[in-house]
Design a protein around this ligand. Structure first.
Ligand SMILES: O=C(O)C1=C[C@@H](OP(=O)(O)O)[C@@H](O)[C@H](O)C1
Ligand SMILES: C=C(OP(=O)(O)O)C(=O)O
Length: 431
């Protein structure tokens, strides 16, 4: 893939962007639609590579899924309607598809071979396999990473489990397995993570019970197909929130963005840094959504600790970029999970933003960022996405702060979550 020449120094960014559908919710909508009884219609589903991976995995499991321009229609036939795939199930680059599906696939009456791309094949799966193993799942090749061979006919028991890592993917896998167990499953979350699975379970006619930080899932629930509207992805809107704050004289309006509080940590942290966002047209449906407006503002350094991390986990590369432009020393700690995402995001962010002159020190679990530092190009700077969509897009926003040419290699990774990213950027461009 040839390099992408990034836009640098726009006059200002002005306009409206309707960001694409939420990736986490789109994955779950396909999964719930597949294990429910009857038809599910999903509106505004994300059309991007990771969600196509989920769609193709469930099609290979025999689920009828039909896509039109406006929506996706799924004919669900319950967990027991899933059929033996004829080939290996390929999870591509998508950690969410794989980890959540392990919970769904744990009790199937047929064996399966699970594979993925080079990045996914290095990501840790023991965090899901270990509790699923306690429930009764067997992996015949005894692996902790892909490729995995799932043995058939596991009889799942309920489980009491304290999540050792704050992970919505692990929690969700245990929810799906808990629905198929012989007794209740109790999951304790020391730090709350995104709750899309719990909300969607309710939307499909099921229930979960939350008491403080313990979630209880009862087995043998019948789920019914439904119609769902996927909100815009806050994680995609985040690129425009930070661009709008940092590029002088900007004003960006983002309609119909998901505002689930377990996802909007970036907005809260930027507010602590002194930013103000306007929220209008807020709708409180199964997933809240609304319009966010942002204008250029100056920022102050803050301290970010472990408890802040889950609600901002995918936006930390952008938070680091914002901190390079804030007054003072920002510390972000307790974020070691970033090392096991699509790439090591602590290393990638530090390495790439330093090429543009940022003052960042890397720690095992985070960053120290001294700001503000003007970002600049040293002789046609070459930056690299490290094959990671969020690093690629963050660098494209960073380039807006520089003068001169910045080349991005590995820009195709952006198709994982936001294929229209550069087209949306072009609509905001006002010379
Ligand atoms: O459940 C989800 O949809 C996700 C959970 C998070 O991962 P972890 O559960 O590993 O923290 C997040 O980083 C990922 O992009 C999507
Ligand atoms: C980490 C991410 O996704 P996944 O874990 O699904 O690969 C992400 O989208 O930033």
């Amino acid at each position: 893939m040839p390099d992408k020449i990034l836009n640098t120094r726009p006059g200002r960014l002005i306009g409206r962007v309707q960001v694409p559908g939420d990736k986490s919710i789109s994955h779950r909508a396909i999964m719930f639609g597949s294990i429910a009884q009857g038809e599910t219609v999903i509106e505004n589903i994300l059309q991007a590579e990771d969600v196509q991976t989920t769609q193709s995995v469930y099609q290979q499991l025999g689920v009828k899924i039909e896509a039109t321009d406006e929506h996706l229609k799924i004919q669900g036939r319950g967990f027991s309607g899933l059929q033996e795939p004829v080939r290996a199930l390929d999870f591509g680059n998508s950690g969410t598809t794989l980890r959540l599906s392990l919970g769904i696939l744990a009790a199937r009456p047929f064996a399966m071979h699970l594979i993925g791309d080079a990045s996914l094949s290095q990501r840790p799966m023991a965090r899901v396999l270990e509790p699923l193993g306690q429930m009764g799942l067997h992996i015949s090749n005894d692996a902790k990473t892909l490729p995995l061979n799932l043995e058939p006919n596991a009889q799942l028991n309920g489980l009491d489990y304290v999540l050792p890592v704050a992970s919505a993917q692990v929690k969700s896998a245990l929810i799906f397995a808990g629905l198929q167990a012989q007794s209740a499953t109790n999951i304790v979350e020391p730090i709350a993570t995104r709750d899309h699975t719990e909300r969607m379970l309710t939307a499909f006619g099921g229930t979960s019970l939350r008491h403080d930080n313990t979630l209880t899932i009862q087995p043998e629930q019948t789920l019914h197909g439904t119609t769902l509207q996927v909100p815009g992805d806050f994680s995609s809107a985040a690129f425009w929130l930070v661009a709008g704050l940092l590029v002088p004289d900007s004003h960006i309006v983002l309609p119909k963005v998901g505002l689930n509080p377990t996802r909007t940590g970036l907005m809260q942290l930027l507010e602590k840094m002194g930013a103000h966002f306007e929220l209008t047209d807020v709708l409180h449906d199964s997933e809240p959504m609304g319009t966010i407006s942002v204008t250029t503002q100056t920022l102050q350094a803050i301290q970010v600790t472990e408890v802040d991390i889950p609600a901002v986990i995918d936006e930390i590369p952008l938070l680091v970029l914002a901190a390079t432009q804030a007054q003072g020393v920002t510390e972000i700690r307790g974020a070691e999970e970033l090392r096991v995402k699509e790439t090591d995001r602590i290393q990638a962010v530090t390495q790439e933003l330093r090429k543009l002159g940022a003052d960042i020190t890397e720690h095992p679990d985070g960053f120290t960022i001294c700001g503000p530092t003007p970002l600049h190009v040293v002789n046609k700077t070459q930056v690299d996405s490290h094959g990671d969509h969020r690093i690629g897009m963050m660098l494209a926003i960073a380039a807006l702060m520089t003068e001169g040419a910045v080349n991005l290699s590995g820009s195709q990774a952006i198709n994982i979550s936001y294929p229209r990213f550069f087209e949306d950027l072009a609509t905001l461009w006002n010379e």
